[in-house]
Write a protein that binds this ligand. Structure first.
Ligand code: HMG
Length: 390
């Protein structure tokens, strides 16, 4: 019998601040219903100046290391598309922040929002070769778009850390994966830009095409039919995207998709993304956290996962929650992390946005203490990022 490999523990983090979409809509003179029901968003996480993808990653990973031990992960795979350096892996800052052993392999992965799924699959490969190994995957991103564009309402930020192991305590991954890649310019960020260039309508179309093809490949490899899944976790740049994608997938299989039928399989996956916004690589794994925390007893019931990263790569795969998984969840901590955010008004949000952009342009800075998180960016000094743990 082959040993099951999958997710052994999972923890999330988000930012210090939150902007309600109602405040954004009011300031812009936009109908609030466009955000609430049109894109399915209520709020988005906004980083404090002393937060970045490293501090979010450290906050997400620390509870996992506290539970399982610092020495456990042999490898840390950090997935991000909002990295802080072109050479050094952001994971290496975690090495000192989280006091990891020297005999750890650390690397950063990038392919837009898809990279955490690549990291998951690479982790599965390492565990298959040596089932004694545990691999820490961290998806961490800050989604920022140009102000006063249609994409502005789809910003957000968050991190999800998960431990991949043999005989997992939360969910076993099925071995079949459906893959899809295409060279498409729907969303990209050249090295000289702090924000992406995005063709919103093309990106939605590219996502739908990728979903259909990835599922077809999954089925051709012996994967389950759609009616076998208890829930569908989609990458959620905004939560209505999951509804668009699932409707498209059902209709491509000749099925009728009523709103009620869609909501039954999707609503439990959207609680976190609806109030956090797009967290790029972390978004799919926030959907997984959401369904595990809100989807009732899923023991033995397959959950579908659709990972999409612009550019574009998609993967359709599935996981099955194992007996006792609910005892491993961090549902209360997850809610507290989200509820602890401090609301900001539109004016303060714009100030933070511009200050954050200025920080990305270089120069020495000592940063004011803002975040209440256990890790913060204290300064930039001689082009070095100085972090502190508290
Ligand atoms: P937009 O032009 O502001 O919005 O752009 P719209 O006019 O298309 O309206 C959006 C929806 O709200 C529409 O519904 C409207 O009908 C509805 P739909 O037709 O789509 O079903 N609406 C209303 N509903 C109720 N009351 C109203 C009202 N008004 C309108 N009064 C867009 C929307 C998503 C394109 C924009 O926000 C954008 O460009 N976002 C960034 C790109 C993005 O998120 N793309 C998603 C797919 S690509 C992806 O997921 C990858 C990504 O995460 C990056 C990565 O991989 O790294 C982005």
């Amino acid at each position: 019998m082959t040993t099951a490999i999958g997710i052994h523990d999972l923890s999330l983090a988000t930012t210090h601040y939150v902007l309600e979409h109602a405040a954004l809509a009011e300031a812009q003179g936009t109908d609030g219903a466009k955000y609430r029901s049109g894109i399915g968003q209520e709020a988005m996480s906004i980083p404090a100046l002393d937060e970045d993808i490293v501090t979010l990653a450290a906050s997400a990973a620390a509870p996992i290391l506290a539970r399982h031990g610092r020495a456990e992960p042999s490898t840390v795979l950090l997935a991000t598309e909002s990295g802080v350096d072109q050479s050094k892996s952001a994971g290496l800052y975690l090495h000192s922040l989280l006091d990891l052993p020297r005999c750890t392999r650390m690397v950063e992965l990038k392919q837009a929002c898809y990279a955490a799924t690549a990291a998951l699959q690479f982790a599965v490969g390492l565990v298959a070769r040596d089932p004694a190994q545990q691999i820490l995957v961290i998806a961490t991103d800050i989604a920022r778009y140009d102000l006063d564009t249609p994409a502005e309402a789809t910003q957000g930020a968050g991190a999800v850390a998960f431990l991949v192991a043999a005989d997992p305590a939360i969910a076993a991954l099925d071995p079949v994966s459906g893959l899809y890649s295409d060279d498409v310019n729907d969303f990209w960020r050249p090295n000289y830009r702090g924000t992406p260039i995005v063709d919103g309508k093309l990106s939605v179309h590219a996502y739908l095409t990728a979903t259909e093809h990835a599922f077809a490949h999954y089925r051709s490899g012996g994967g389950r039919d759609l009616d076998r899944f208890a829930a569908f976790c989609y990458h959620q740049p905004f939560t209505e995207m999951a509804y668009k994608a699932h409707r498209h997938l059902l209709e491509s299989q000749g099925e009728v998709a009523t709103r009620e039928a869609l909501a039954e399989k999707l609503a439990p996956t959207t609680h976190y993304n609806r109030v956090i916004g797009n967290s790029y690589t972390a978004s799919l794994y926030l959907a997984l956290a959401s369904v595990l925390d809100h989807g009732g007893d899923l023991t033995g019931k397959p959950v579908a996962m659709l990972s999409y990263g612009s550019g574009a790569v998609a993967e359709f795969f599935s996981a099955v929650p194992v007996p006792g998984y609910r005892r491993q969840l961090r549902t209360t901590d997850n809610r507290q992390t989200i509820d602890a955010r401090k609301p900001v008004g539109y004016h303060r949000y714009r100030e933070l946005y511009h200050a954050y952009s200025a920080l990305g342009k270089g120069g020495d800075r000592t940063l004011p203490v803002e975040t209440g998180a256990p890790f913060r960016l204290a300064a930039i000094d001689g082009h070095q990022r100085i972090y502190e743990a508290r």
